[in-house]
Design a protein around this ligand. Structure first.
Ligand SMILES: [Mg+2]
Length: 414
């Protein structure tokens, strides 16, 4: 019976190692910082170990394997002694189940739930083990690194953006998080590549005011527009010189000072180039506590505006606020496999909706830009562009730009 108890003790030791392993790897940076602050020396010990997580994990693996293998050897010896060799298969099966339940799965669940308590309590023991196993760890690493190099995998970074991207896509399709979260994560990765020019509101669609208008004259139109910030221009809408905060205008009206010009209370605008990644623009707006930036084209002219709301929507999808008039859809189906697209629909949005992978060779961010890029000129109405996903037909052309396009999927005829 002593032998049976030893087997169970070995299983518990195995469980302790497995639980600790998960506890350590599941600690977040936040948790470690808090433990350092609240637990003093004990917390620092955990933080130290976490800084050498590879040594800790190797020590745990060694301890876990010693326990599991010792239990297995002991059970085999006992089986042969008590029941004979014919029962070895059966006893191995029973032990495997016990190892899984007591030595692995249950302890790991506990370890993840109570990762702080477990790591605090076991940190001293792990330090001793890490020192004890140091020569063994060194030897194992040597062999394992040599073997890794043989398979040619030594130089690749452990985590790449592409790898993460695949992981997120896989996790999304496996139902690990809901569609909204999967989309947000996908958009976060994409934010490095999407230029602010793709998501801005084009200048022809921007509501703006001339700087010499009085607040009194402009106010009804401002209220109608429903915006909380309005760009202000000097003589021509392409020359934006300020931004009017509607709350400032409202205060002026309320205080009877509305006979002054808009330029008296506007604030200076912030300019960003249209090829800047929206990720960077978002960082800048956040840092400077701003809500709107004026987007400039490559010649320094105003291309459009981008607001904090536009940027946030890139992550979480369309938001609607009370005053907002529902915008024209960038894309809508007209027949099976056939869609009408707005010329200024961003390429990445069209890709998402239609599940295709258009990519521009040049800097184009919109469908109109994509078509002009491919054809090398501004097309005329009715012109077609073939891609491997389907055919684009120019539906209407505005002043020197493609206003709308019809897209027909390649497989739509079949
Ligand atoms: Mg174990």
């Amino acid at each position: 019976m002593v032998e049976i108890s030893v087997v169970f003790i070995l299983l518990l030791i195995s469980g302790m190692f497995s639980g600790t392993e998960v506890a350590f790897t599941s600690l977040s940076v936040d948790q470690i910082e808090r433990m350092k602050k609240e637990q003093g020396k004990r917390g620092n010990r955990v933080a130290d170990l976490h800084d050498h997580i590879d040594v800790v994990l190797t020590s745990i693996t060694i301890g876990n394997n010693i326990a599991n293998l010792a239990a297995s050897a002991l059970v085999s010896a006992l089986t042969i002694r008590w029941f004979g060799e014919t029962w070895l298969t059966a006893s191995t099966l029973v032990l495997t189940i016990l190892v899984l339940i007591l030595g692995e799965v249950t302890p790991k669940q506990i370890g993840i739930l109570h990762n702080e308590a477990v790591t605090l309590r076991l940190a001293p023991l792990l330090r001793v083990l890490a020192i004890m196993f140091a020569p063994l760890i060194w030897f194992i690493r040597l062999i394992s690194n040599a073997l890794t190099r043989l398979t040619g995998g030594a130089k690749r970074p452990r985590v790449t953006i592409e790898g993460l991207h695949h992981l997120v896509r896989y996790a999304g399709s496996a139902g690990l998080f809901n569609q909204l979260n999967a989309n947000i994560l996908k958009n976060v990765f994409r934010s490095r590549d999407v230029r602010v020019g793709a998501i801005m509101t084009h200048r022809t669609k921007v509501f703006s005011l001339e700087k010499r208008q009085t607040i009194h004259d402009a106010f009804p139109a401002i209220l109608d527009s429903g915006f909380s910030r309005v760009p202000v221009y000097n003589e021509e809408p392409e020359r934006i010189v300020g931004i009017l905060l509607v709350k400032d205008a409202a205060r002026a009206v309320a205080e009877g000072r509305d006979d002054m010009s808009v330029s008296r209370i506007m604030v200076p605008p912030v300019f960003v180039p249209e090829n800047k990644s929206f990720h960077k623009v978002l960082s800048r707006l956040r840092r400077e506590r701003l809500n709107m930036a004026i987007v400039l084209d490559e010649y320094g002219g105003v291309a459009g505006i981008v607001t904090m709301e536009d940027l946030v929507e890139e992550f979480v999808g369309e938001l609607y606020d009370e005053g907002e008039i529902e915008e024209a859809q960038p894309l809508h189906p007209v027949a099976p496999g056939e869609y009408l697209l707005a010329g200024d629909a961003p390429i990445h949005v069209v890709n998402d909706h239609l599940d295709i992978e258009l990519s521009s060779d040049g800097d184009a961010q919109t469908i109109a830009g994509f078509i002009v890029d491919r054809l090398g000129r501004i097309p005329e109405q009715g012109e077609e562009l073939d891609t491997r996903f389907g055919t684009f037909t120019v539906e209407s052309v505005g002043q020197s730009h493609v206003a709308s396009v019809r897209f027909r999927r390649r497989d739509a005829d079949e």
